[in-house]
Design a binder for this molecule. Structure first.
Ligand code: SF4
Ligand code: SF4
Length: 384
C-alpha cells in the first residue's frame, strides 16, 4: 500500500502551535514516562516520528493524539526540549483540520486574520439580524419575549443545531474512518460468507452497540484526564468538568429548552431551571477564569504555551457567561432598554462561539476524545 508523504508538515505544524518536533532525536524517554501510553498505543515518540517523516496518512489513522491529556510529564523529561506534550496538542489542532472537510478549521487555526474575521463576521450577521428583525421594544417593563420572541429564537436555534450537528458528525466520520483503518483487517476469510448485514468500517453494527457505554462514560466524565498521576492534573480535570457540564447544560437549555429558560416572569429561586442556570453560570465562569489565570501565569505545563484559538475559546465563553449574568440583573432591576441591548451583545458573542468552536475548533475535542476511546474498544473486540 502506498503512503502519502508530506515533507512540509513539520513546518506547517508551527502554525498549529507545535514547532519543536524537529528537535526530537527519538530517544523514547517521553513514551517511557507517559502514564497513558500503552503497549498497543505507544506515544508520543511514535507519533512525533510520523510527523518528522511527513507520514500524514499514518497520522490521520493515529488515535494517539487523542489519548494524550497534556499533563506535561513527557515535556519535563525530554532531553532535547522538544516539548512532546505541546507537539501532541498541536497535532490535535492539525488533526481537527484534517477531518474537517470544509477547510474552515485549517484557516481558523493557521490564520489569525481569519480567526478574528470569522468571529466578527458571524457577530455582525447576528447584530444585523436583530437590527432589522427585532420585535417592539417596550419600555414600561422588561418584555424580552416581545423584543425577541422565544418561539422564533427557538426555531433559529434548532436550525443552528441541525447544521452544527451535521458538520461536527461528518467531521467525526472522517476521524472514525481513519482510526478504524482498513476494513479487511476485521474480516477473516472463513467469516466472509456469514458476515452480518450491517457492517461499519468492516465491523458488525452489534459490536458498536455493545461498546457504546464506553463512549457515554468517557463523554460525560473524561475520566482519562484524571488518570495522569500528577495531582495538578486532577485539579485541571475538575476544572474541565465544570466547564463541560456548565456548557452542556446551558447549551441544552438555550437550544432545545428556550421556551422554559427565556421567560418574561422571574422564576422562583427554588425553580430547577433557575438553579441549573446558576450552576452553569458559576461552573463556566469559575472554570474559564481559572484557565485564563493559569495561562497568564503559565502555572502548569499545559498552560505554558497558548495558541490564539485557546484564548479565543476561553474569552468568548467567559464573555457569553458574563453578558448572560448582566441580562439577569438588568431584568431583576427592571431596566428594559439595557436588557434588550445586552441581549443582542450576548448573542453576538454566543453565536460565533457556538458556530465556530463546536464543529471546527476547541469544542471538537469534547467529542473526538471519547469517540477515539470508544473506537479503540470496538476495534479491540472486533479483532478479538
Ligand atoms: S520528544 Fe524528547 S523524550 Fe521524546 S523521543 Fe524525542 S527527544 Fe526523546
Ligand atoms: S503530555 Fe502527558 S499524557 Fe500527553 S504524551 Fe506527554 S506524558 Fe503522555
Amino acid at each position: 500500500m502506498s503512503l502519502k508523504v508530506n515533507p512540509d508538515i513539520i513546518k506547517l505544524m508551527g502554525k498549529f502551535g507545535a514547532d519543536s518536533a524537529s528537535a526530537c532525536f527519538n530517544c523514547g524517554n517521553c513514551t517511557a514516562v507517559c502514564s497513558l501510553s500503552t503497549e498497543n498505543t505507544p506515544f508520543p515518540r511514535k507519533t512525533i516520528r510520523y510527523l518528522q517523516l511527513g507520514l500524514t496518512d499514518k497520522l490521520a489513522q493515529s488515535p494517539e493524539p487523542w489519548l494524550c491529556y497534556y499533563c506535561g510529564d513527557c515535556s519535563d523529561t525530554c532531553p532535547r526540549d522538544a516539548d512532546p506534550g505541546e507537539v501532541m496538542m498541536g497535532l490535535r489542532r492539525y488533526m481537527t483540520s484534517v477531518y474537517d472537510w470544509t477547510g474552515i478549521s485549517k484557516f481558523f487555526y493557521t490564520s489569525k486574520a481569519f480567526e478574528v474575521g470569522s468571529i466578527l463576521v458571524v457577530a455582525l450577521l447576528v447584530g444585523l439580524g436583530f437590527l432589522f428583525f427585532h420585535g417592539p421594544m417596550l419600555t414600561d417593563r422588561v418584555a424580552l419575549n416581545v423584543f425577541a420572541p422565544n418561539t422564533t429564537i427557538e426555531i433559529l436555534d434548532l436550525i443552528m443545531l441541525a447544521v452544527l450537528s451535521f458538520l461536527l458528525l461528518s467531521n467525526a466520520f472522517f476521524l472514525a474512518r481513519g482510526v478504524m483503518g482498513n476494513a479487511a483487517q476485521y474480516i477473516k476469510d472463513d467469516d466472509k460468507a456469514k458476515s452480518p448485514a450491517i457492517m461499519i468500517f468492516g465491523v458488525s453494527l452489534s459490536i458498536y452497540f455493545k461498546e457504546f457505554q464506553e463512549f457515554i462514560i468517557h463523554f460525560f466524565t473524561q475520566k482519562k484526564f484524571a488518570s495522569c498521576e500528577d495531582k495538578k492534573q486532577k485539579i485541571l480535570w475538575i476544572n474541565h468538568l465544570l466547564i463541560m457540564t456548565g456548557y452542556s447544560i446551558i447549551f441544552l437549555m438555550v437550544v432545545v429548552g428556550l421556551r422554559w429558560f427565556q421567560r418574561d416572569e422571574i422564576l422562583s429561586v427554588f425553580n430547577p431551571i433557575r438553579f441549573l442556570g446558576y450552576y452553569s453560570t458559576f461552573a463556566i465562569l469559575y472554570g474559564t477564569t481559572y484557565a485564563m489565570i493559569g495561562r497568564l501565569k503559565k502555572s502548569s505545563r499545559s498552560h505554558m504555551k497558548s495558541h490564539s484559538t485557546d484564548w479565543a475559546f476561553l474569552i468568548l465563553l467567559w464573555l457569553t457567561t458574563f453578558t448572560g449574568i448582566l441580562i439577569h440583573f438588568t431584568r431583576l432591576l427592571e431596566m428594559p432598554l439595557s436588557t434588550y441591548y445586552i441581549y443582542v451583545i450576548h448573542l453576538m458573542i454566543a453565536v460565533p462561539m457556538l458556530v465556530i468552536e463546536v464543529p471546527f475548533a476547541k469544542w471538537t475535542h469534547q467529542l473526538y476524545r471519547p469517540l477515539v476511546l470508544y473506537l479503540m474498544k470496538v476495534k479491540q473486540r472486533a479483532l478479538a
